[in-house]
Design a protein around this ligand. Structure first.
Ligand SMILES: [Fe+2]
Length: 366
């Protein structure tokens, strides 16, 4: 790490930026409007440092011996493609090793980035929300969240785990404020009261919180709920612009910010295409991200094809992350179309180049 950046980081830790006059925000109080909203404060620092994207299928956390049971549960009575018959205990064990290696790599880039706050863009599948209330976009601005990693398998001792994660409430409030001012009409939550299931926050947040070690690292999260499952769904173009807005807000903040897209790629667990994986779609998406052409995903869901239904809609989280990093090519770590996971598993990240960090350090020092 360059010395200048170390200096910036140590000042940061020492509270240099805390001394700056950033107004307190309370978006739960409609009468309290900040005189100088956070996203209009320009500190000259680009603080969005890292983006990570990962599938969150239960197989990622489940022991490989439990995959057949999970596969059976999620595919139901849907006839399976011929390629599914090629998976067996040996290929599953090899896939599990690949998954674990991919997770280790993502954990290391998160550790290296050392973010002050991690925005998790994830969906809710009738967990916190439900028929009584189902927002297109919501930001959780509380101080902590809890949930279970594998509620479907909670009857099997030793597999399901409760997870507690602290949250970056101050940043979340600034993010919600900035998004509203950027014409995103977000629902703002300062309490988490699940409407549908009693477990707490949903699997899109708890599973990566566990398998990427976010809770263990003590990184405060900011849950951003993005509807990916239930009509009416946000367009891909809107998701991309959401990512752009997130970047602009993060870049105006003193915190080192990372973004995590949780979900995808093609899958339809317990749906009419359960176990079928659209490799062509997944590879096209990954290639666009790899080439820094995420904006070409803006029309992805324009055609209402059945292949876009179900969990495949979670690609919206990836498109949002792509918007946050725009033309920066993603490092696609791996893609594993795995019938036993009922998902095209994918892992990727975006790292801002070191020279950008150097420029930030120089700007801060001047
Ligand atoms: Fe999901």
């Amino acid at each position: 790490m360059p010395d200048a950046l170390c200096e910036v980081r140590s000042h940061h830790r020492a509270g240099l930026f805390a001394a700056r006059n950033i107004p307190d925000q309370d978006v739960s109080d409609p009468d309290r409007r900040p005189e100088n909203p956070p996203h209009t404060i320009r500190l000259g620092l680009k603080m969005l440092t890292l983006g990570v994207a990962t599938s969150h299928a239960p197989a990622i956390l489940l022991p490989v011996d439990d995959w057949p049971r999970a596969y059976e549960l999620m595919r139901g009575d849907v006839a399976q493609p011929l390629s599914a018959a090629q998976e067996n205990a040996a290929t599953n064990a090899a896939a599990k090793r690949r998954i674990d290696a991919n997770l280790a790599r993502l954990r290391s880039v998160i550790q290296e980035a050392d973010p002050d706050v991690l925005i998790i863009i994830g969906d809710d599948q009738a967990e916190v929300f439900g028929s009584a209330f189902n927002p297109t976009l919501a930001v959780y601005c509380g101080t902590e969240v809890s949930g279970h990693t594998l509620p479907r398998f909670a009857d099997q001792p030793g597999i399901d785990e409760r997870i507690d994660m602290k949250c970056g409430a101050e940043f979340a409030t600034a993010l919600a404020t900035g998004l509203v001012e950027s014409s995103f009409d977000v629902a703002v939550m300062t309490e988490l009261k699940p409407l549908s299931k009693p477990h707490g926050i949903g699997h899109a947040f708890t599973r990566p919180g566990r398998f990427l070690g976010i809770a263990d690292m003590g990184i405060p999260i900011v849950p951003v709920f993005l509807n990916c499952y239930f009509n009416p769904l946000p367009t891909a173009a809107r998701c991309y612009e959401l990512g752009v807005a997130i970047r602009e807000i993060a870049d105006s903040r003193p915190e080192r910010v990372a973004v995590l897209a949780s979900g995808g790629l093609s899958h339809d667990p317990a749906g009419p295409r359960a176990g079928w994986i659209d490799c062509d779609l997944d590879n096209w998406v990954l290639n666009k991200l790899r080439e820094g052409q995420g904006r070409e995903l803006e029309n992805l869901f324009t055609v209402d094809s059945g292949t876009y239904h179900g969990g495949t809609g979670e690609i919206r989280a990836w498109i949002t992350a792509a918007g946050a990093f725009d033309t920066l090519p993603a490092e696609v770590v791996d893609y594993i179309p795995l019938h036993h996971a009922v998902t095209g598993l994918a892992f990727a990240y975006w790292q801002r180049p070191e020279q950008v960090n150097d420029q930030l350090a120089q700007q801060s020092a001047s």
